[in-house]
Design a protein around this ligand. Structure first.
Ligand SMILES: *Cc1c(COP(=O)(O)O)cnc(C)c1O
Length: 370
Protein backbone atom coordinates (compact mmCIF):
# COMPACT_ATOMS: atom_id res chain seq x y z
CA UNK A 1 0.00 0.00 0.00
CA UNK A 2 1.33 3.44 -0.93
CA UNK A 3 0.55 5.44 2.25
CA UNK A 4 -0.90 8.97 2.26
CA UNK A 5 1.99 10.16 4.43
CA UNK A 6 5.33 8.68 5.42
CA UNK A 7 8.41 9.71 7.38
CA UNK A 8 11.83 9.85 5.82
CA UNK A 9 14.71 8.72 8.03
CA UNK A 10 18.26 8.80 6.61
CA UNK A 11 21.63 7.66 7.95
CA UNK A 12 22.37 11.13 9.38
CA UNK A 13 19.12 10.98 11.40
CA UNK A 14 20.15 7.61 12.81
CA UNK A 15 23.60 8.92 13.68
CA UNK A 16 22.15 11.96 15.48
CA UNK A 17 20.02 9.68 17.68
CA UNK A 18 22.95 7.35 18.41
CA UNK A 19 25.11 10.30 19.45
CA UNK A 20 22.54 11.32 22.07
CA UNK A 21 22.18 7.77 23.37
CA UNK A 22 25.90 7.82 24.08
CA UNK A 23 25.77 11.24 25.80
CA UNK A 24 24.91 12.27 29.38
CA UNK A 25 21.49 13.74 28.69
CA UNK A 26 18.62 11.61 27.44
CA UNK A 27 15.97 14.16 28.39
CA UNK A 28 15.72 17.84 29.41
CA UNK A 29 19.27 18.27 28.07
CA UNK A 30 21.00 20.50 25.54
CA UNK A 31 19.32 18.95 22.47
CA UNK A 32 15.96 20.28 23.63
CA UNK A 33 17.25 23.88 23.66
CA UNK A 34 19.02 23.31 20.37
CA UNK A 35 15.86 21.97 18.72
CA UNK A 36 13.79 24.88 20.04
CA UNK A 37 16.33 27.36 18.71
CA UNK A 38 16.49 25.59 15.36
CA UNK A 39 12.69 25.71 14.93
CA UNK A 40 12.71 29.39 15.95
CA UNK A 41 15.39 30.13 13.36
CA UNK A 42 13.38 28.22 10.75
CA UNK A 43 10.08 29.95 11.53
CA UNK A 44 11.31 33.44 12.58
CA UNK A 45 9.54 32.99 15.95
CA UNK A 46 11.27 34.28 19.10
CA UNK A 47 10.58 31.51 21.64
CA UNK A 48 10.02 27.78 21.22
CA UNK A 49 8.78 25.31 23.83
CA UNK A 50 9.20 21.69 22.76
CA UNK A 51 6.79 19.15 24.26
CA UNK A 52 5.81 15.50 23.92
CA UNK A 53 3.17 15.91 21.17
CA UNK A 54 1.23 18.42 19.12
CA UNK A 55 -1.73 17.77 21.40
CA UNK A 56 0.37 18.61 24.48
CA UNK A 57 1.45 21.78 22.67
CA UNK A 58 -2.19 22.79 22.13
CA UNK A 59 -2.94 22.06 25.80
CA UNK A 60 0.06 24.16 26.89
CA UNK A 61 -1.01 27.00 24.58
CA UNK A 62 -4.57 27.18 25.93
CA UNK A 63 -3.28 26.88 29.50
CA UNK A 64 -0.82 29.75 28.98
CA UNK A 65 -3.61 31.88 27.54
CA UNK A 66 -5.62 31.26 30.70
CA UNK A 67 -8.49 29.36 29.09
CA UNK A 68 -10.70 27.95 31.83
CA UNK A 69 -14.27 27.08 32.79
CA UNK A 70 -16.81 29.43 31.21
CA UNK A 71 -14.45 30.47 28.41
CA UNK A 72 -15.30 29.83 24.79
CA UNK A 73 -12.74 29.17 22.07
CA UNK A 74 -13.76 29.31 18.41
CA UNK A 75 -12.24 26.38 16.46
CA UNK A 76 -12.90 25.18 12.90
CA UNK A 77 -15.02 22.04 12.53
CA UNK A 78 -12.69 20.73 9.83
CA UNK A 79 -9.71 19.67 11.94
CA UNK A 80 -8.29 16.83 13.98
CA UNK A 81 -10.18 16.31 17.25
CA UNK A 82 -7.13 17.38 19.32
CA UNK A 83 -7.67 21.05 18.40
CA UNK A 84 -10.99 21.08 20.26
CA UNK A 85 -10.07 18.46 22.86
CA UNK A 86 -7.28 20.69 24.21
CA UNK A 87 -9.85 23.41 24.95
CA UNK A 88 -11.81 20.86 27.01
CA UNK A 89 -8.63 19.82 28.85
CA UNK A 90 -8.51 23.38 30.20
CA UNK A 91 -12.18 23.37 31.15
CA UNK A 92 -13.13 25.68 28.28
CA UNK A 93 -15.79 25.17 25.63
CA UNK A 94 -14.91 24.76 21.96
CA UNK A 95 -17.35 26.53 19.62
CA UNK A 96 -17.27 25.01 16.16
CA UNK A 97 -16.98 27.31 13.17
CA UNK A 98 -17.63 26.33 9.57
CA UNK A 99 -14.99 26.62 6.86
CA UNK A 100 -14.73 28.17 3.40
CA UNK A 101 -15.90 25.81 0.65
CA UNK A 102 -12.96 26.30 -1.70
CA UNK A 103 -10.04 25.69 0.71
CA UNK A 104 -11.66 24.29 3.90
CA UNK A 105 -10.00 26.97 6.07
CA UNK A 106 -11.88 28.66 8.91
CA UNK A 107 -14.37 31.23 7.55
CA UNK A 108 -13.48 34.56 9.21
CA UNK A 109 -16.98 36.01 8.77
CA UNK A 110 -18.64 33.01 10.37
CA UNK A 111 -16.00 33.03 13.13
CA UNK A 112 -16.78 36.63 14.00
CA UNK A 113 -20.50 35.86 14.13
CA UNK A 114 -19.83 33.18 16.79
CA UNK A 115 -18.11 35.58 19.20
CA UNK A 116 -19.87 36.17 22.53
CA UNK A 117 -18.78 37.95 25.73
CA UNK A 118 -17.38 34.57 26.84
CA UNK A 119 -15.11 34.12 23.82
CA UNK A 120 -11.43 34.22 24.82
CA UNK A 121 -9.56 32.84 21.82
CA UNK A 122 -9.81 32.18 18.12
CA UNK A 123 -8.01 29.22 16.52
CA UNK A 124 -7.04 28.93 12.87
CA UNK A 125 -5.99 25.53 11.51
CA UNK A 126 -3.75 25.76 8.46
CA UNK A 127 -5.62 22.84 6.95
CA UNK A 128 -3.59 20.64 4.57
CA UNK A 129 -0.70 23.12 4.91
CA UNK A 130 -2.42 26.18 3.39
CA UNK A 131 -2.20 29.13 5.80
CA UNK A 132 -5.54 30.61 6.91
CA UNK A 133 -6.49 34.21 6.13
CA UNK A 134 -4.39 35.42 9.07
CA UNK A 135 -4.89 39.13 8.30
CA UNK A 136 -8.65 38.70 8.65
CA UNK A 137 -8.29 36.54 11.78
CA UNK A 138 -5.92 39.09 13.36
CA UNK A 139 -8.37 41.94 12.68
CA UNK A 140 -11.18 40.00 14.36
CA UNK A 141 -9.00 38.96 17.31
CA UNK A 142 -7.84 42.54 17.91
CA UNK A 143 -11.33 44.00 17.51
CA UNK A 144 -12.77 41.62 20.13
CA UNK A 145 -9.63 41.35 22.36
CA UNK A 146 -9.18 37.62 21.71
CA UNK A 147 -6.02 35.56 21.77
CA UNK A 148 -5.14 34.16 18.36
CA UNK A 149 -3.82 30.59 18.14
CA UNK A 150 -2.49 28.83 15.05
CA UNK A 151 -2.85 25.07 14.95
CA UNK A 152 -0.07 24.90 12.39
CA UNK A 153 0.42 21.14 12.70
CA UNK A 154 0.01 20.88 8.90
CA UNK A 155 1.96 23.95 7.92
CA UNK A 156 5.57 23.93 9.13
CA UNK A 157 7.55 25.81 6.48
CA UNK A 158 4.52 27.56 5.03
CA UNK A 159 4.26 31.31 4.34
CA UNK A 160 1.39 33.77 4.23
CA UNK A 161 1.90 37.05 2.34
CA UNK A 162 5.65 36.61 2.75
CA UNK A 163 5.45 35.97 6.52
CA UNK A 164 6.36 32.60 7.94
CA UNK A 165 3.96 30.24 9.66
CA UNK A 166 4.96 30.48 13.32
CA UNK A 167 4.75 34.30 13.40
CA UNK A 168 1.11 34.76 12.37
CA UNK A 169 -0.68 34.15 15.70
CA UNK A 170 0.04 34.76 19.39
CA UNK A 171 0.99 31.10 19.76
CA UNK A 172 1.56 28.65 16.91
CA UNK A 173 1.59 24.90 17.43
CA UNK A 174 3.44 22.20 15.50
CA UNK A 175 3.30 18.40 15.62
CA UNK A 176 6.19 16.06 14.87
CA UNK A 177 4.17 12.89 14.42
CA UNK A 178 5.60 10.66 11.64
CA UNK A 179 2.97 11.70 9.06
CA UNK A 180 3.88 15.38 9.51
CA UNK A 181 6.72 17.19 7.67
CA UNK A 182 9.37 16.54 10.27
CA UNK A 183 9.23 13.78 12.84
CA UNK A 184 10.56 13.11 16.32
CA UNK A 185 8.45 9.92 16.60
CA UNK A 186 6.03 11.79 18.84
CA UNK A 187 6.58 15.43 19.64
CA UNK A 188 5.34 18.96 19.29
CA UNK A 189 6.27 22.58 19.84
CA UNK A 190 4.67 25.90 20.67
CA UNK A 191 6.29 29.01 19.26
CA UNK A 192 5.52 32.57 20.30
CA UNK A 193 7.05 36.03 20.35
CA UNK A 194 5.75 36.58 23.89
CA UNK A 195 8.32 35.71 26.58
CA UNK A 196 5.64 35.54 29.28
CA UNK A 197 3.58 32.97 27.38
CA UNK A 198 6.75 30.95 26.63
CA UNK A 199 7.64 30.86 30.34
CA UNK A 200 4.15 29.65 31.27
CA UNK A 201 4.30 26.88 28.65
CA UNK A 202 7.80 25.87 29.80
CA UNK A 203 6.56 25.42 33.38
CA UNK A 204 3.43 23.67 32.26
CA UNK A 205 5.41 20.91 30.49
CA UNK A 206 7.33 20.21 33.70
CA UNK A 207 4.62 19.83 36.39
CA UNK A 208 4.34 23.60 36.91
CA UNK A 209 7.80 23.64 38.51
CA UNK A 210 9.75 26.89 38.29
CA UNK A 211 13.17 25.49 37.31
CA UNK A 212 14.29 22.36 35.48
CA UNK A 213 16.90 19.81 36.58
CA UNK A 214 19.70 21.32 34.54
CA UNK A 215 19.13 24.84 35.90
CA UNK A 216 19.25 23.44 39.45
CA UNK A 217 22.40 21.47 38.70
CA UNK A 218 24.08 24.62 37.37
CA UNK A 219 23.03 26.55 40.47
CA UNK A 220 24.23 23.66 42.66
CA UNK A 221 20.99 23.69 44.60
CA UNK A 222 18.11 21.39 45.40
CA UNK A 223 15.29 23.85 46.00
CA UNK A 224 12.43 24.31 43.57
CA UNK A 225 8.87 25.51 43.69
CA UNK A 226 5.77 24.13 42.05
CA UNK A 227 3.74 27.24 41.38
CA UNK A 228 0.85 25.80 39.38
CA UNK A 229 -0.49 22.44 38.26
CA UNK A 230 1.36 21.23 35.19
CA UNK A 231 2.02 17.92 33.48
CA UNK A 232 4.93 15.81 32.38
CA UNK A 233 4.82 16.90 28.73
CA UNK A 234 8.61 16.86 28.33
CA UNK A 235 10.26 15.70 25.14
CA UNK A 236 13.50 13.70 25.18
CA UNK A 237 16.91 14.70 23.82
CA UNK A 238 16.74 11.54 21.72
CA UNK A 239 13.64 12.92 19.99
CA UNK A 240 15.05 16.44 19.68
CA UNK A 241 18.28 15.17 18.07
CA UNK A 242 16.12 13.46 15.46
CA UNK A 243 14.13 16.67 15.00
CA UNK A 244 17.25 18.80 14.50
CA UNK A 245 18.53 16.39 11.90
CA UNK A 246 15.14 16.21 10.18
CA UNK A 247 14.91 20.00 10.01
CA UNK A 248 17.85 20.01 7.58
CA UNK A 249 15.60 18.25 5.07
CA UNK A 250 12.71 20.71 5.29
CA UNK A 251 13.63 22.92 2.31
CA UNK A 252 13.90 19.85 0.08
CA UNK A 253 10.69 18.38 1.53
CA UNK A 254 8.74 21.56 0.76
CA UNK A 255 10.09 21.60 -2.79
CA UNK A 256 9.17 17.97 -3.39
CA UNK A 257 5.70 18.42 -1.88
CA UNK A 258 4.99 21.46 -4.04
CA UNK A 259 6.23 19.65 -7.16
CA UNK A 260 4.03 16.64 -6.36
CA UNK A 261 1.06 18.97 -5.89
CA UNK A 262 1.65 20.61 -9.30
CA UNK A 263 1.82 17.18 -10.87
CA UNK A 264 -1.51 16.18 -9.30
CA UNK A 265 -3.12 19.48 -10.36
CA UNK A 266 -1.97 19.14 -13.96
CA UNK A 267 -2.93 15.52 -14.15
CA UNK A 268 -6.48 16.16 -12.86
CA UNK A 269 -7.25 19.10 -15.15
CA UNK A 270 -10.46 18.54 -17.07
CA UNK A 271 -11.43 15.55 -14.92
CA UNK A 272 -14.01 15.14 -12.15
CA UNK A 273 -11.23 15.29 -9.56
CA UNK A 274 -11.13 18.74 -7.96
CA UNK A 275 -8.11 19.79 -5.87
CA UNK A 276 -8.77 22.40 -3.18
CA UNK A 277 -8.15 26.03 -4.08
CA UNK A 278 -4.73 27.56 -3.43
CA UNK A 279 -3.99 31.29 -3.03
CA UNK A 280 -1.15 32.71 -5.10
CA UNK A 281 0.28 34.69 -2.21
CA UNK A 282 1.05 31.74 0.09
CA UNK A 283 3.67 29.05 0.28
CA UNK A 284 1.61 25.90 0.77
CA UNK A 285 3.37 23.38 3.03
CA UNK A 286 1.32 20.44 1.68
CA UNK A 287 1.04 18.17 4.66
CA UNK A 288 -1.94 16.80 2.74
CA UNK A 289 -3.09 16.91 -0.85
CA UNK A 290 -6.88 16.94 -0.70
CA UNK A 291 -9.28 16.55 -3.62
CA UNK A 292 -13.04 16.41 -3.92
CA UNK A 293 -14.51 13.53 -5.88
CA UNK A 294 -18.10 12.64 -6.74
CA UNK A 295 -18.46 9.14 -5.32
CA UNK A 296 -16.06 9.34 -2.45
CA UNK A 297 -16.87 6.11 -0.63
CA UNK A 298 -16.70 4.01 -3.79
CA UNK A 299 -13.50 5.76 -4.89
CA UNK A 300 -11.94 5.25 -1.47
CA UNK A 301 -12.50 1.48 -1.61
CA UNK A 302 -11.38 1.14 -5.24
CA UNK A 303 -8.19 3.11 -4.60
CA UNK A 304 -7.38 1.13 -1.48
CA UNK A 305 -7.98 -2.00 -3.56
CA UNK A 306 -5.43 -0.66 -6.06
CA UNK A 307 -2.85 -0.26 -3.29
CA UNK A 308 -3.22 3.51 -2.89
CA UNK A 309 -3.59 4.40 0.77
CA UNK A 310 -5.95 7.35 0.43
CA UNK A 311 -7.49 8.72 3.61
CA UNK A 312 -10.16 11.17 4.76
CA UNK A 313 -9.23 14.31 6.76
CA UNK A 314 -11.44 14.93 8.63
CA UNK A 315 -14.73 13.81 10.08
CA UNK A 316 -15.95 17.25 11.26
CA UNK A 317 -15.21 17.27 14.98
CA UNK A 318 -18.72 18.33 16.06
CA UNK A 319 -20.13 15.11 14.56
CA UNK A 320 -18.20 12.80 16.89
CA UNK A 321 -20.43 11.06 19.45
CA UNK A 322 -18.46 12.55 22.36
CA UNK A 323 -19.12 16.10 21.20
CA UNK A 324 -22.76 15.40 20.36
CA UNK A 325 -23.29 14.07 23.89
CA UNK A 326 -21.09 16.55 25.71
CA UNK A 327 -21.95 19.77 23.86
CA UNK A 328 -25.14 18.86 22.00
CA UNK A 329 -23.58 19.49 18.60
CA UNK A 330 -25.64 18.32 15.62
CA UNK A 331 -25.71 17.62 11.91
CA UNK A 332 -26.33 20.82 10.01
CA UNK A 333 -24.35 23.07 12.37
CA UNK A 334 -21.42 23.40 9.96
CA UNK A 335 -22.93 22.58 6.56
CA UNK A 336 -19.87 23.42 4.44
CA UNK A 337 -17.62 21.13 6.52
CA UNK A 338 -20.25 18.39 6.49
CA UNK A 339 -20.71 18.55 2.70
CA UNK A 340 -16.95 18.61 2.13
CA UNK A 341 -16.48 15.63 4.43
CA UNK A 342 -18.63 13.50 2.08
CA UNK A 343 -16.44 14.38 -0.92
CA UNK A 344 -12.84 14.63 0.22
CA UNK A 345 -9.91 12.28 -0.20
CA UNK A 346 -6.32 12.82 0.92
CA UNK A 347 -3.89 11.48 -1.68
CA UNK A 348 -0.35 10.26 -1.03
CA UNK A 349 1.90 13.25 -0.23
CA UNK A 350 5.41 12.67 1.11
CA UNK A 351 9.06 12.80 0.14
CA UNK A 352 9.61 9.69 -1.94
CA UNK A 353 6.11 9.43 -3.43
CA UNK A 354 7.51 10.84 -6.70
CA UNK A 355 8.30 7.39 -8.05
CA UNK A 356 4.65 6.31 -7.61
CA UNK A 357 3.05 9.41 -9.15
CA UNK A 358 2.41 8.03 -12.61
CA UNK A 359 0.58 5.02 -11.19
CA UNK A 360 -1.38 7.05 -8.63
CA UNK A 361 -2.55 9.63 -11.20
CA UNK A 362 -3.55 6.95 -13.70
CA UNK A 363 -5.53 5.01 -11.08
CA UNK A 364 -7.14 8.20 -9.77
CA UNK A 365 -8.39 9.06 -13.25
CA UNK A 366 -9.56 5.51 -13.87
CA UNK A 367 -11.46 5.35 -10.55
CA UNK A 368 -12.85 8.86 -10.10
CA UNK A 369 -11.85 10.98 -13.09
CA UNK A 370 -15.12 10.80 -15.01
C1 LIG B 1 -1.41 16.05 14.06
C2 LIG B 1 -2.34 17.11 14.51
C3 LIG B 1 -2.54 17.43 15.86
C4 LIG B 1 -2.01 16.62 16.99
O1 LIG B 1 -0.68 16.35 16.96
P1 LIG B 1 -0.08 15.07 17.74
O2 LIG B 1 1.39 15.32 17.66
O3 LIG B 1 -0.51 13.86 17.02
O4 LIG B 1 -0.59 15.12 19.15
C5 LIG B 1 -3.35 18.52 16.15
N1 LIG B 1 -3.96 19.23 15.20
C6 LIG B 1 -3.80 18.94 13.90
C7 LIG B 1 -4.50 19.78 12.88
C8 LIG B 1 -3.01 17.85 13.51
O5 LIG B 1 -2.90 17.54 12.22
Amino acid sequence: MIPYGHQRIDADDEQAVLDVLRSDWLTTGPKVDEFEQAICAFTDAKHGVAVSSGTAALHAAFHALGIGPGDEVVVPAMTFAATANAVLYCGGTPVFCDVLADNLLIDPERAEALITPRTKALVGVDYAGHPCDWDALRRIADKHSLALVADACHALGGKYHGRKVGTLADISVFSFHPVKHLTTGEGGMCVTDDAGLALKMRRFRNHGISTDARQREKAGGWYYEMTELGFNYRITDIQCALGISQLNKMPRSLEVRNAVARQYEQSFQGTGIAPLARDEDVLHAYHLFVVRVRERDKSFSALRQAGIGVNVHYIPVHLHPYYRERLGTKDGMCPVSEAAYREILSLPMWCGVEEHMEYICAEMKKVCGA
